[in-house]
Design a protein around this ligand. Structure first.
Ligand SMILES: CC(=O)SCCNC(=O)CCNC(=O)[C@H](O)C(C)(C)COP(=O)(O)OP(=O)(O)OC[C@H]1O[C@@H](n2cnc3c(N)ncnc32)[C@H](O)[C@@H]1OP(=O)(O)O
Ligand SMILES: O=CC(=O)O
Ligand SMILES: [Mg+2]
Length: 542
């Protein structure tokens, strides 16, 4: 399929009903978004590199002196919840294939985070099928029947949908943007996901008493929030809906954004509903930014980096108090423990872990939280009901007792060591997750844990850092290129099947783990090499 409208060309195979999403009007809207914002996206991405270099060279993170007035001005508040967002005590997250969409909509959660980010492998099929699922779910016209005849339909009561587009770093190579000067480049994944969802559904959502709501992933600073805010205003004007109809919940999941929470709320104040503590990317961001610093910083085994270690407490406490001071919801994160309907012991352990995680969050003042699986909705709800009762949230709990200094956010010392088992687990998780992602499955249950792009990043970045630091495990093994290769061979021997994807996964694993350089995201080159369709490659070559 090669079609174009204005200056947005589709370079991919057409599927059933894709033309309902890739309409001339939608492609034109994407073109306008790119004309207005793709230059600023590039500038923001370049600024990320500069900031990372400065941190690598020893620059300390601090609360910005130039925005002190925003932090000290007590008078401003964010827009807060839109219709259907006042009570967010349990939010289920997950990818947007048809079956998962219906299961999430029937899960009993208050909100469904419809994920085109950490949980979605961005194949062209997944991106457009996801948009079709959302289009149909919003209009209550979605159903699904499995090959063996199991039928899925929507129940009466369904959650408010909050869509999470891809982060700024990702491109959508199946859409080619031609700028006004005639230069071509891949479209932005963020603008495509946001733009298609907004264009097709904003008016319908408003008519149904809800609204166009978004989770914003992986922001690194308040200028990226300003970019999103301008995109929202531009989009509202473009389709003629009132300013401030869009609501955004921003993930604080990078170490640099943790120093700018208040400024991020301020930039988005006319569109902002809250912040979320995205713990997995946050840990990844710490390792990524501090991996090479001269102070010898190394995190212990992934399992030892829990939510109760001091620097994670500092981050979540600061998030709750910042949000409530400004009238924004504070939403908790994802425990990776998942139940297994075939294994009561695994389920019991998961429920215990999730209870404890959600009890802590509700007690700390969070207004709601995430779960990964429908069988965890009632567990999280119990813990939040116990604290909230009939109140929709606890915005009135200001947490004025919280005192978090810059040094509390960056004091990464915790108990724990690197062990042989920790190394082996990281190798197996990274390899198995990448293999799943290359098959188009962006969230997977691996050894009874939910793994997605964020958790897998922690595993591979720890390996990269341990190897470059020559870390010695508790058992006395020095982690080297050769030792990780040995672990990789063992993991391949244990898990590989007939599928060719294992060879591709091993190749990606080596690129993102064993290279001299540290790729900023594991998905970047994996996408270009393995997820882009042949005819798109040919178009680029031509
Ligand atoms: C770091 C972050 O960003 S966290 C947020 C991003 N990550 C996610 O959203 C992960 C979401 N969770 C998932 O994708 C899944 O729960 C997985 C992959 C971890 C496990 O999925 P499965 O192996 O299918 O689990 P399981 O077999 O127990 O599922 C049982 C049923 O629940 C459904 N289900 C499981 N998780 C979800 C979910 N999150 N949303 C909707 N339905 C779900 C399954 O589709 C299955 O339905 P069926 O009985 O009709 O076939
Ligand atoms: O997106 C959430 C995270 O934990 O990462
Ligand atoms: Mg994340």
């Amino acid at each position: 399929m090669t079609s174009s409208h204005d200056r947005m060309r589709v370079l991919a195979t057409a599927g059933d009903r894709y033309d309902e999403i890739l309409t001339p009007g939608a492609l034109r809207f994407l073109t306008h978004l790119h004309d207005a914002f793709s230059g600023r996206r590039h500038d923001r991405l370049a600024a990320r590199m500069d900031r990372r270099r400065a941190i690598d060279n020893g620059r300390d993170l601090r609360f910005l002196p130039e925005t002190r007035a925003i932090r000290e001005e007590p008078g401003w508040r964010v827009a807060g919840a839109g219709p259907g967002l006042h009570d967010r005590r349990v939010e289920i997250t997950g990818p947007t294939d048809r079956k998962m969409t219906i299961n999430a909509m029937n899960s009993g959660a208050k909100v469904w985070l419809a994920d085109h980010e950490d949980a979605l492998s961005p194949t062209w099929h997944n991106i457009i099928e996801g948009q079709l699922s959302l289009y149909d779910a919003i209009r209550r016209q979605i159903d699904f029947t499995t090959a063996d005849g199991k039928e899925y339909r929507l129940g009466e009561e369904t959650p408010t949908i909050v869509m999470r587009p891809r982060g700024w770093h990702l491109v959508e190579k199946h859409l080619q943007y031609i700028d006004p000067a005639g230069l071509t480049r891949p479209a932005s994944g963020s603008l495509v996901d946001f733009g298609l969802y907004f264009f097709h559904n904003a008016a319908e959502l408003i008519a149904r008493g809800s609204g166009p709501y978004f989770y914003l992933p992986k922001l690194e600073n308040h200028l990226e929030a300003r970019l999103w805010d301008d995109i929202f205003t531009f989009s509202e004007n473009a389709i003629g809906i009132p300013h401030g109809t869009i609501r955004a919940t921003v993930l604080i999941e990078t170490i640099t954004a943790a120093f700018e929470m208040e400024e991020i709320l301020y930039e988005l104040r006319e569109h902002c509903a809250g912040l979320n503590a995205g713990r997995w990317d946050y840990i990844f961001s710490i390792i990524k930014n501090f991996r090479g610093r001269g102070d010898g910083f190394v995190m212990p085994d992934r399992a030892a980096i829990t939510m109760t270690v001091p620097f994670m407490r500092a981050y979540t406490e600061l998030l709750v108090s910042t949000c409530h001071r400004r009238g924004a919801h504070a939403i908790g994160g994802m425990s990776a423990f998942i139940p297994n309907r075939r294994d009561p012991e695994v389920t019991a352990r998961a429920l215990e872990q999730v209870h404890a995680d959600k009890r802590r969050e509700a007690g700390d003042g969070f207004d709601g939280t995430w779960v990964a699986h429908p069988d965890l909705v009632s567990t999280a709800r119990e813990e939040f009901d116990a604290v909230l009762g009939d109140r929709p949230n606890q915005l009135d709990r200001l947490r004025e007792d919280v005192r978090v200094e810059a040094r509390d956010l960056v004091d990464f010392r915790i108990d724990g060591t690197v062990t042989d088992a920790g190394v082996a687990a990281n190798v197996a998780i990274a390899l198995r997750y990448i293999e799943s992602w290359l098959r188009g499955v962006g969230a997977a249950a691996i050894d009874n844990l939910m793994e997605d792009a964020a958790t897998a990043e922690i595993s591979r970045s720890q390996l990269w850092q341990w190897m470059h630091r020559g870390t010695v495990t508790r058992e006395g093994t020095r982690i080297t290129h050769e030792s990780v290769e040995r672990q990789l061979a063992e993991a391949l021997a244990r898990y590989r099947t007939e599928s060719d994807t294992w060879d591709d996964a091993a190749e990606v694993f080596r690129q993102v783990t064993l290279g001299e350089d540290f790729p900023t995201f594991l998905t970047l080159s994996a996408y270009s090499q393995f997820l882009v369709e042949e005819n798109e490659r040919a178009a680029i070559a031509a």
